[in-house]
Design a protein around this ligand. Structure first.
Ligand SMILES: Cc1cc2nc3c(=O)[nH]c(=O)nc-3n(C[C@H](O)[C@H](O)[C@H](O)COP(=O)(O)O)c2cc1C
Length: 271
């Protein structure tokens, strides 16, 4: 197989998915040659176009895991704008140390359905966007080593003069989203929660409005006015630490994660 162009496309509101996508892509490029191109799908303006790939391209497609699947507001956008033509692809999911549940399978099936052939797929743990106490320090040195090995093996498959064999993965229907739980084990209902700004800390720099992947923060008032997917881009990127959530169910879910999901989760590599 002759790969002429490597492109990495990622959605990454708090930067964890981007970091892993870039690391794996650079490793693939080190083995296969060439300078990779990057598309930041977090930016709304980059989600206006269709992306079409040829047989001699390689797509690295990386998404965070939300509620055990691909982010529900992004999945239809991925499906309607990223197309291959027997194009090799490396799907990557990044999860916050709880579980990636259905997400990797969902991304593999979506890409296969859109004309891609999978050279290898992986789910890697990163810091949880909701809490520094969950997925702390991930990806660490051991994770980076697994990424190097994964990229080397995928590159080896891509270097062979033979079609890629189908990936060994469960192809049954994708199950429901994970229901976030509160500390008492009952469902946490925070769909309508929106980020607030501490007036004592906010300096009206507009970083939050700029960072919001859905353009849901009014650039003038800095109020969260549109749909909020709880991605934490505004909270994590605010230079003054002024953005926060006070929704009781959301905070209880975060405590539940901190109590139950600090033990190291394993990555999953499919080759
Ligand atoms: C709305 C939301 C839902 C999430 N759901 C899960 C989940 O089900 N399992 C998990 O392990 N991590 C979950 N996470 C954590 C993210 O997958 C993780 O923090 C990821 O690195 C975020 O990607 P980013 O840094 O590129 O924004 C969730 C994060 C958010 C914001």
């Amino acid at each position: 197989m002759n790969i002429r162009r490597i492109c990495a496309l990622y959605f990454s509101p708090t930067g964890g998915t981007e970091k892993i996508a870039r690391f794996v892509t650079e490793e693939l490029a080190r083995h296969l040659g060439g300078e990779p191109a990057y598309v930041d799908f977090t930016r709304p303006e980059n989600r206006q176009s269709e992306y079409r790939f040829a047989e001699d391209d390689l797509l690295v497609m990386a998404s965070p895991v939300y509620a055990g699947r691909l982010p529900n507001k992004l999945m239809p956008v991925y499906a309607s704008s990223i197309f291959g033509s027997n194009t090799p692809a490396v799907p990557l999911c990044v999860f916050g140390n709880r579980n990636h549940d259905q997400a990797l399978r969902e991304l593999v099936l979506l890409l296969e359905g859109n004309g891609f052939q999978i050279a290898g797929a992986a789910a890697f743990a990163g810091r949880h966007a909701f809490s520094d106490k969950v997925g702390t320090g991930r990806p660490d040195g051991a994770d980076l080593e697994q990424m190097r090995v994964f990229a080397a093996k995928a590159a080896e498959k891509l270097s062979k003069d033979a079609p890629l064999p189908p990936l060994d993965i469960d192809r049954s229907e994708i199950g429901p989203y994970y229901t976030p739980l509160k500390e008492d084990g009952t469902p946490a209902k925070f769909l309508k929660a929106k980020p607030l700004a501490d007036p004592g800390k906010c300096v009206h720099c507009g970083t939050c409005a700029q960072a919001c992947p859905l353009h849901s923060i009014d650039a003038g008032t800095l109020e969260a006015v549109g749909l909020c997917i709880k991605c934490q881009a505004c909270v994590r990127r605010c230079p003054k630490g002024a953005r926060y959530f006070e929704d009781a169910d959301f905070l209880s879910h975060v405590s539940m994660l901190e109590q139950n999901y600090t033990a190291r989760s394993e990555n999953q590599l499919l080759l």
